[in-house]
Design a protein around this ligand. Sequence first.
Ligand SMILES: OC[C@H]1O[C@H](O[C@H]2O[C@H](CO)[C@@H](O)[C@H](O)[C@H]2O)[C@H](O)[C@@H](O)[C@@H]1O
Length: 594
Amino acid sequence: MALRIEDYALIGNCASAALVGRDGSIDWMGMPRFDSEAFFAALLGTADNGRWLLAPADGNPSTARRYRPGTLVLETDFETDTGKVRIIDCMGRDGNGNVIRVVEGLTGSVKMQMELVIRFGYGLMMPWVSRAEDGRLTAVAGPERLTLTTSVEIEGIAMRSVAEFKVEAGERVCFVLTWTPSIEPPPEPIDALAAIETITRGWQRWSADFDPALFGPHAELVLRSLLTLKALTHYQTGGIAAAATTSLPEAIGGARNWDYRYCWLRDATLTLTALEKSGFRDEARQWCAWLRRAIAGAPQQMQIMYGLAGERRLLEYEIPWLSGYEHSQPVRIGNAASEQLQLDVFGEVMGALHEARRLGLLEDNWPMERALVEHLETIWEQPDAGMWEIRGMSQSFTFSKVMVWVAFDRAIRNIEEFDLEGPLERWCQLRERLRLEILERGFNAKLNSFTQYYGGEELDASLLLIPATGFLPADDPRIVGTVAAVERELLRDGFVLRYRTATGVDGLAGDEGAFLACSFWLVDAYVGQGRMEDARALFERLVGLCNDVGLLAEEYEPRKKRQIGNFPQAFSHVALINAALSLQSGQDIAETIA
Ligand SMILES: OC[C@H]1O[C@H](O[C@H]2O[C@H](CO)[C@@H](O)[C@H](O)[C@H]2O)[C@H](O)[C@@H](O)[C@@H]1O
């Protein structure tokens, strides 16, 4: 069985990623892209679905792990009765991507085991494993090839490649697993030790732009969050994956299991804002370029999410041969949310592009934005699936309408601030009409709160974001009332739920945990209302949920005290960064969505 989600750490090369367990097993990985078919899929099944174990052979070693500061180079120390070893894990881009694993003897002598089980096609396809002319192990199935370079003697036993070897203090044993298309020549061998140092320096150069003073006492965790966002950003395309995994469940044993290895405009736009506010302008520029390419075309065909290079067909299907994380089924590939109408996305896109223009990162894009807003004029009154991507009946979600307001507002500001052409008066009238409509139909005076959707009586954590849009300030009595209502209705064991699943609004069976981003938004709301003690206390509680290497999944199950949902998730880390920023500056994140 796979480990607890928080027992994994992320390594990656800004094109694909892998999860390394505390036990030394890489249980999730595909190459060359985040959304490639995994060849290690034990995370969602068993060891027979592919994994790469490298660990002491005997006993029950104690482990401690960390990233090298400012990098995605992971060090796991194993202490046994006979000695101590360190495994250094990281990924590079030699070939079409590789994993480098080095066992370093620290003290004594440790007997090690290695078990490599490659199953291409999400844990299903057994490859043909053979020796290349130079003696290296190669595994081929159809279009894919993996090549293992090591000095260790490997045996094939029961469809697995295994080895046992001893590591003495001061000794280093290297393994490099490289992915290449099978039609290309095998990869050139590399110097693993030199590559690790180069990769370390590359990440540290990136981290050098980080200014801890902006973030206060938890600056180190913020840097880890930024590194995680960077790791989820595809270096060539600029597309940002929402998470490194598919189908880690929102409730253990449940069916709310989705594929997050794609680029959501919402998540990515918020990621861009967090990166930019943290001083990482190049990423912001790259993202703008990605966005322009992805949404280029007919505005009515804009999607809420795309593949990493802007691919549009993300057909959702189930893969029944994987038993699911702790038997949480189904395991899904692709995501049908790509076909939904989610009106908030227009606000996020227009907000991000307006901000990019203000920062001088955007030129000549206005005709496309104008076309998008003109299209929005024709559809904004429709009910939608909302930012939570419900699969039940569409509704007029209040937050969606607020984000429609944002889209018109930023379009107007673009015209006014940058002297651009557009139907200013018509859009001003629409914006005002929306404002009045939202205040009338999205606010319930009896509850003294905004509601999940027009005319409803339920709460929704997305409403906590209203001050960040500029629609109303954080200290407006209607916002204060909404925050109080969220505290009353959506807090579970001190963490915020997205909404009450029991109402059936999402059309899905079962429950889910507390959505971590929402709890961070409550921190922002407290800061906005000057409730600094509450803000600090909640923030401390939340950062206490980060695993030993600073990573967060999408959700937390307070009763079982464990992380759940896809991992690590950009949304959670973006919210952590913004909350740290707002706590440090002592004010709400006015217009984070802009
Ligand atoms: O729970 C239902 C939905 O869950 C996923 O969506 C969530 O993750 C997205 C990516 O981080 C985020 O943008 C969205 O706001 C979240 O609700 C899933 O992708 C959906 O298909 C599913 O309906």
